[in-house]
Ligand binder design. Structure first.
Ligand SMILES: Nc1ncnc2c1ncn2[C@@H]1O[C@H](COP(=O)(O)OP(=O)(O)OP(=O)(O)O)[C@@H](O)[C@H]1O
Ligand SMILES: C=C(C)CCOP(=O)(O)O
Length: 252
């Protein structure tokens, strides 16, 4: 029986996030695609972040703060940036023989004050039933409270996991896991120990809260009874094979 998994490819991994402009790490994408092509044990849904292909644009047009009369063009500009990255991810997968297609949250979701309130997951489920890997991404989303907002790939994961049964959820980033003050990986986070941790944002331009935003989102997911794992991209094969990946588990 194949495991249904959600794998988030962090923007810190698939782009050069420290660059002020969209720079895709094509060689990393190729390696991930080869890993996925060789796996018969999992049916993945891929979600990716924006990194330098979306965060700088969203920040410049302050879309995380909503729409006003000055920033409407930011919708197109930000969406185009992250869609260009989505094309690169899909193309890398397809070049390795993995049948994949992009799904864009702007077309499929509605939010209220920054939180998703509707997302029809049936295309995602039908695609995987038919052997095609859906590739979703953090995006600008129309918002009935503030006009528009930025929905992170992390929030999308929570939303998807609430709608479809998945066996495991993994988030690959540029760090080995969540570090404590001494730089050691915290192997297990729950609501009980999360309060005392020093978790900050990203070192690069980021409108969705960096590691802090990610852990807050994963703790909400944990409250729904769903566990997730955060690990370094170099350990993706361990995650795919269900082995210890040296990272941080966030659980109820
Ligand atoms: N306590 C911490 N432990 C580990 N990383 C931390 C911590 N606090 C802040 N960080 C930062 O969080 C970053 C990872 O979060 P980030 O949001 O950039 O990842 P991502 O999901 O790959 O990116 P994106 O949001 O573009 O998809 C690390 O590069 C690190 O600088
Ligand atoms: C900035 C945009 C468009 C999406 C952000 O998604 P994330 O990189 O998963 O936080």
């Amino acid at each position: 029986m194949k495991e249904k998994i959600i794998l988030k490819l962090g923007g810190s991994v698939i782009t050069d996030k420290s660059s002020g402009e969209c720079k895709v790490n094509k060689s990393v994408l190729e390696k991930i695609a080869v890993e996925l092509a060789s796996r018969e044990n999992v049916v993945p849904v891929i979600v990716h972040g924006a990194g330098s292909c979306g965060h700088p644009e969203a920040k410049e047009h302050h879309l995380d703060k909503g729409l006003d009369h000055t920033n409407k063009a930011g919708i197109f500009i930000t969406h185009r940036a992250v869609c260009s990255l989505n094309d690169e991810v899909v193309n890398a997968l397809r070049a390795s023989g993995v049948e994949a297609v992009g799904i864009h949250p702007l077309d499929a979701c509605t939010a209220k004050n920054g939180r998703l309130i509707s997302f029809d997951s049936s295309p995602v489920e039908l695609l995987i039933q038919n052997g095609v890997i859906p590739v979703l991404h953090g995006d600008v989303v129309m918002d009935i409270g503030q006009g528009a907002c930025i929905v992170s790939g992390d929030q999308l994961i929570s939303c998807l996991a609430g709608k479809m049964a998945v066996d495991r959820i993994g988030l690959a980033t540029d760090v080995a896991g969540v570090f404590d003050r001494d730089g050691n990986v915290i192997r297990h986070i729950t609501r009980n120990n999360a309060g005392g941790l020093e978790i900050r944002g990203s070192g690069s331009t980021d409108v969705t809260g960096g590691m802090r935003g990610k852990i807050d989102e994963l703790l909400l997911l944990a409250e729904e009874g769903v566990e997730s794992e955060l690990f370094h991209i170099s350990r993706v094969s361990d995650f795919l094979d269900g082995r210890d990946n040296g990272g941080t588990r966030v659980s109820p």
